[in-house]
Write a protein that binds this ligand. Structure first.
Ligand SMILES: [Zn+2]
Length: 195
């Protein structure tokens, strides 16, 4: 099983080989792309030595990427607490006004609780009065959306993490300027990293 440290290594490796990752993820992390050459070598060596007999980074990175995108339900259960698993992997919804971040004003970046991708910035968070953390804009293209017909006669647009497919919440068209969007997100799918 890959550890959390393994995920960090993965993202480092992704940055080394940028063609393998979504452009949005890359663009949000451009400051890390320019890490010193010596640091890149350390990262690659660590990946190679921990995962297989090959010392070349590319096959290892590909293997890690596939594994990351196809973690089993059991593996997700081990990585997440019950509420996080229920929301992100089973498309659950936390009760309003009960989540960790519905009323949080702390400046920082909200990351995916599953894969650590930056998803929302605190400066786009607004008080929607709904009891769920709400944002008018995601970070780059790091979230994706999908038609959700799980409630009959009430089509909604589901919002997912573009990297790991974690269910985050839904997006509605009654948000504030400048986008008019309201990303209604479950706290359990997020991890705030304060500035
Ligand atoms: Zn994710």
């Amino acid at each position: 099983m890959a550890t959390r440290a393994g995920i960090l290594h993965l993202s480092q490796a992704n940055l080394v080989r940028s063609s393998a990752i979504p452009s949005a993820f890359l663009s949000s992390s451009t400051s890390l792309v320019s890490i010193p050459r010596s640091l890149k070598k350390v990262s690659i060596r660590a990946m190679g030595s921990s995962a297989s007999s090959s010392q070349r980074p590319e096959p290892v990175q590909d293997a890690e990427k596939v594994k990351f995108n196809s973690l089993s339900e059991e593996e997700w259960k081990k990585r997440l607490n019950d509420q996080q698993y229920y929301v992100t992997r089973q498309k659950g919804t936390e009760r309003a006004f009960t989540g960790e971040y519905w009323n949080t004003k702390t400046p920082g970046i909200y990351h995916c609780v599953c894969c650590d991708t930056p998803l929302f910035e605190s400066k786009t968070k607004f008080d929607s009065g709904t009891g769920w953390p709400s944002y008018y804009q995601p970070v780059g293209n790091n979230v994706k959306s999908k038609l959700d017909m799980s409630i009959i006669f009430m089509p909604r647009t589901e919002v997912l993490c573009a990297v790991c497919d974690a269910h985050l919440g839904h997006v509605f068209d009654d948000g504030p300027p400048p986008t008019g969007k309201r990303y209604c997100i479950n706290s359990a799918s997020l991890k705030l990293k304060p500035e």
